[in-house]
Design a protein around this ligand. Structure first.
Ligand code: ZN
Length: 140
């Protein structure tokens, strides 16, 4: 990764960490799950509204480090409009990215979520980045 790209990635993560999107409860959400990462102390509650099989709305509340907050923020943006299966495929792809594994054949494109690729160099941060996604899976 070039130095410039790394800085850009850090900027995006910092931005979402400071000004998280979709940071709110969804009242009466039927899909909701709590996640906790004891290694760092990150907590996240994920709320989802599904219409049929499609994620219509996604939000989160919680307290965590900037990586976990940015990850929750960008995840809630990324999964809106996706089907349950598409959201789970994105989770698998994201997990491969942050753990430094090769993506599965036919894996979906990550788009902006690529900014988390640097996390694979910091094993202790992998759980921060993946906490919202594990919690999402539980909520689905
Ligand atoms: Zn953390």
């Amino acid at each position: 990764m070039t130095h410039e790209l790394r800085e850009l990635y850090q900027e995006v993560i910092l931005d979402h960490g400071k000004r998280p999107r979709n940071l709110r409860e969804i009242e009466g959400a039927r899909h909701k799950a709590d996640g906790y990462n004891p290694l760092c102390g990150d907590r996240a509650t994920i709320y989802l509204t599904l219409e049929g099989d499609v994620v219509k709305d996604a939000s989160f509340v919680g307290k965590g480090c900037s990586i976990s907050t940015a990850s929750a923020s960008m995840m809630t943006e990324a999964i809106k409009g996706k089907t349950r299966a598409e959201a789970e495929a994105l989770f698998e792809r994201f997990h491969a990215l942050v753990t430094g594994e090769a993506p599965a054949v036919g894996a979906p494109a990550l788009g902006k979520l690529e900014v988390f690729s640097g996390v694979s160099e910091f094993p202790v941060r992998v759980k921060c980045a993946s906490l919202p996604w594990h919690t999402l899976k539980a909520a689905l």
